[in-house]
Design a protein around this ligand. Structure first.
Ligand SMILES: [Zn+2]
Ligand SMILES: [Zn+2]
Length: 102
């Protein structure tokens, strides 16, 4: 089950469970679409993988036991530990090795 982290790890923007802007990597590093596409160049700065839109977890209990009330999102804000210079070098290094989305 996804943690549904509460914010962009780059700019700290709020990304609630119903946000259509949240992008995640396979490890669930979480960023807003703007940071993922621009600052990060479509590459996760932590693992080097690509991003996919994070699915919305329904607030309404359409089926018994599966909704944000029963499985609340994480409230732990995570922040990048790399500098912008380091991230730029990282995405430059990776862009020629694999397609952007791999
Ligand atoms: Zn952001
Ligand atoms: Zn990652």
């Amino acid at each position: 089950m996804l943690e549904l982290r509460p914010s962009c790890e780059c700019c700290d923007k709020d990304l609630p469970p119903d946000s259509r802007e949240a992008m995640i990597c396979s490890f669930e590093c979480t960023f807003c679409a703007s940071c993922a596409g621009t600052v990060l160049g479509g590459r996760c700065p932590n693992c080097g993988g690509g991003f996919a839109p994070r699915p919305i977890r329904p607030a309404k209990e359409w089926r018994s036991g599966v909704c944000t009330a029963k499985h609340p999102p994480s409230d732990k804000r995570v922040h990048l530990k790399y500098s912008l210079e380091d991230i730029a070098a990282h995405s430059a290094r990776l862009k020629d090795i694999l397609p952007r989305d791999r």
